[in-house]
Design a binder for this molecule. Structure first.
Ligand code: ZN
Length: 671
């Protein structure tokens, strides 16, 4: 539940900062199927101390050693399929320019991207573009010692094992099926259960859970549930248990990391994680999570383990993932500045005094720099993380909320020159503003939204948090967005050193209106309305303001050469309108005014103008921008002296996508 994804669309919209094509080619690695592979920088790594760099290095190794676990969790033939494809890909003696071979290459690249044979987002199995006959021949021509043959298995038997899963559309069609009324386990091909139906699994775990437990254990989180001789048993992921070969390697690097820790709290945290991997005991996992969430002083931090449960249709079992990172001190200063002034913003916001907090406190979000992405965070990743997941730990001990600055930056930079802004922004003046200030104002708007917007205002006595029912989350998101929009144009931004120019906010105003009125529609299928809370909130704000600007024409939709554009004629008037809506939305929230919430959402947010929708989809299609994106990692290499001590860790960025995947297969192929 606790990840924030980079909206595919924003990747294109925030095409800002410096528009040099040389920059662009650093960030864009390659494109295939519906995927774009990007690269990210790790600014600040070189400035870390040798001890910190070494710690990062050990943790990145611990991250990469778990790679095969996720492939196996996603489907039981995934590892065998990947290894067979790699053997053919590397050793093929035939014509590598043939259509069949080219298609095999694309298929393998997709398997790497998805950590398996199902689409990472849509969950459907993707079909090979090469023929089964070609594949069988190619495998048979590959030497036995290069293939992942099990003891006593020959080429023919290997093919019988994997060909149906790869080629038969009716077998393992969906990785995670959540259709109500169907047996979710029997119709899903993930590998968290074997021979177990939904009712059996639910009964198994319901029996374990005790009623009214204050500190409930996350039963089933780190195991595969299987039926053997009619009995249900858990294969626990731990040293000596399931995935032991990979887990032993992870432990080995964590032990080195423990000895290199920055401080006592971090050392204890790592030691507890090792204990968890050794025992598989979920009580120990909770103890670890508490230590981890309380370690706030370390510069370097990490996620390593069985974390998110999206891959299990029952939401019980967690996929393996890892992220190693360090605090971005500069960017974190920005969020701290905002939080430190929270009360000034609260008292100066356009809301009614009775709905304001007497003394507002901002939320301090940490901005981090990712050093490595692994497991379920690689190659496709989140841009923000909020952990741990156990609700009772969040309540009693808090949670860590982070945004990953260098990943957002890479998305932005990579979008330069993809033609999106040139297509949808009305003119040179606006394009220049966006180029100059767009990156900065988008980040600042997000910070204002997260650190202040959600934390501002108060409910009247007796009004329940969820009084607006189904409209609660879109109204809440609108409130936070409006808070950011109103204040980003305030002179206070210059005074606090958050923006360099009184013109800068216009970049955010333009892209916000363009997104809310036009370009976010690229994510909606023709004929559908808007449902997702953030998209509802954006259209609500943009359409409301457009409507209220009718007499003054502060903002309007205009046609140029048959294409629709947003034109802003009066930015200050726009700010007034944002303030007016913020005042009203705060009243709706504070008083639990369900009727008004419904009217606002139904009138402005839900419905899609089908003519404009059609036009936007057509214009976007011509740009040929891949809808999904992922990253290659940098390479870390230790430098040793004659005695074998590490004297430095070198970072480099020149590894290609296939090159990296093949190397990971060789160096971290633990299962
Ligand atoms: Zn929000």
């Amino acid at each position: 539940m606790n990840i924030k994804l980079y909206p595919a669309l924003l990747a294109a919209i925030l095409c800002l900062g410096c528009a040099k094509t040389s920059q662009n080619s650093f960030y864009n690695v390659e494109k295939f199927a519906d995927l774009q592979i990007l690269r990210y920088k790790v600014p600040g790594f070189e400035e870390l101390s040798l001890k910190q760099k070494t710690l990062v290095y050990y943790l990145t190794q611990a991250a990469l050693e778990g790679r095969d676990i996720l492939f196996d969790q996603n489907g039981k033939y995934n590892l065998t399929i990947r290894k067979t494809l790699e053997a053919v890909y590397v050793n093929y003696k035939g014509d590598k320019s043939s259509k069949d071979f080219q298609e095999l290459e694309t298929y393998l690249k997709r398997v790497w991207f998805s950590s398996g044979i199902h689409h990472h987002y849509a969950e459907d199995k993707f079909r090979p573009g090469f023929s089964e006959v070609f594949f069988r021949e190619a495998v048979k021509e590959t030497a036995a010692e290069l293939l992942p043959l099990k003891e006593g298995q020959n080429h023919e038997q290997l093919l019988e094992e994997i060909v149906p899963a790869m080629f038969n559309p009716n077998i393992m069609a969906k990785k995670v099926n959540k259709k109500d009324g169907e047996d979710l386990l029997l119709t899903s091909s993930m590998n968290y259960y074997d021979g177990v139906n939904q009712a059996e699994a639910e009964a198994f775990y319901n029996k374990m859970r005790k009623k009214d437990e204050k500190h409930p254990i996350s039963y089933g989180l780190n195991s595969r549930l299987v039926k053997r001789n009619g009995k249900l048993i858990e294969e626990v992921y731990k040293e000596g248990g399931k995935y032991s070969a990979a887990i032993e390697k992870i432990i080995g690097w964590l032990e080195k990391a423990e000895k290199t820790a920055e401080n006592e709290a971090q050392k204890k945290t790592i030691a507890k994680l090792i204990e968890f991997y050794k025992t598989g005991d979920l009580h120990v996992f909770d103890e670890y999570s508490i230590l981890w969430v309380k370690d706030l002083d370390s510069r370097i931090d990490f996620v390593n383990g069985f974390t998110e449960v999206y891959g299990d249709p029952l939401g019980i079992k967690a996929s393996w993932e890892s992220l190693v990172n360090f605090k971005d001190l500069e960017a974190t200063k920005r969020t701290e500045t905002i939080s430190a002034n929270a009360d000034w913003f609260e008292q100066n916001s356009p809301t009614d005094k009775i709905f304001k907090k007497e003394k507002a406190k901002g939320v301090s979000a940490k901005v981090i720099t990712a050093a490595i992405l692994a497991g379920d965070l690689y190659p496709s990743t989140a841009i923000g993380i909020n952990l741990p997941n156990a609700n009772w730990i969040r309540k009693e001990h808090g949670s860590k909320s982070v945004t990953i600055g260098n990943i957002t930056d890479a998305y932005n930079k990579a979008a330069h020159g993809n033609g999106f802004n040139e297509e949808f922004v009305i003119g040179k003046t606006e394009l220049n503003l966006i180029d100059k200030y767009g990156d900065l104002t988008e980040n600042l708007h997000t910070d204002l939204h997260e650190c202040l917007g959600h934390a501002s205002g108060k409910l009247m006595p007796g009004v329940h948090e969820k009084a607006l029912k189904a409209y609660s989350s879109s109204i809440e998101e609108a409130r936070a967005d409006l808070f950011g929009l109103y204040f980003i144009a305030d002179p206070k931004m210059i005074e606090l050193g958050l923006l360099p120019s009184p013109e800068a906010y216009k970049a955010q105003y333009y892209t916000y209106m363009m997104n809310g009125l036009l370009t976010q529609l690229v994510r909606i299928e023709p004929g559908n309305n808007i449902e997702e809370a953030h998209m509802l909130n954006r259209q609500l704000i943009a359409k409301y303001v457009l409507d209220k600007a009718q007499p003054s024409k502060a903002v309007e939709l205009v046609k140029k050469n048959g294409k629709t554009f947003v034109q802003i004629n009066d930015y200050q008037k726009l700010r007034e309108l944002f303030g007016e809506l913020l005042k009203e939305i705060q009243r709706v929230k504070s008083t639990g005014d369900y009727e008004t919430a419904r009217n606002l959402i139904e009138k402005y947010a839900v419905k899609v103008d089908s003519e404009i929708h059609k036009e936007i989809l057509e214009r976007n299609k011509k740009l040929n921008i891949a809808p999904y994106k992922g990253f290659v990692n940098p390479v870390y290499e230790p430098v040793y002296d004659a005695q074998g001590n590490i004297t430095d860790i070198k970072i480099s960025y020149d590894e290609g996508y296939a090159e990296q995947m093949l190397r990971y297969g060789r160096e971290y192929g633990n299962l």
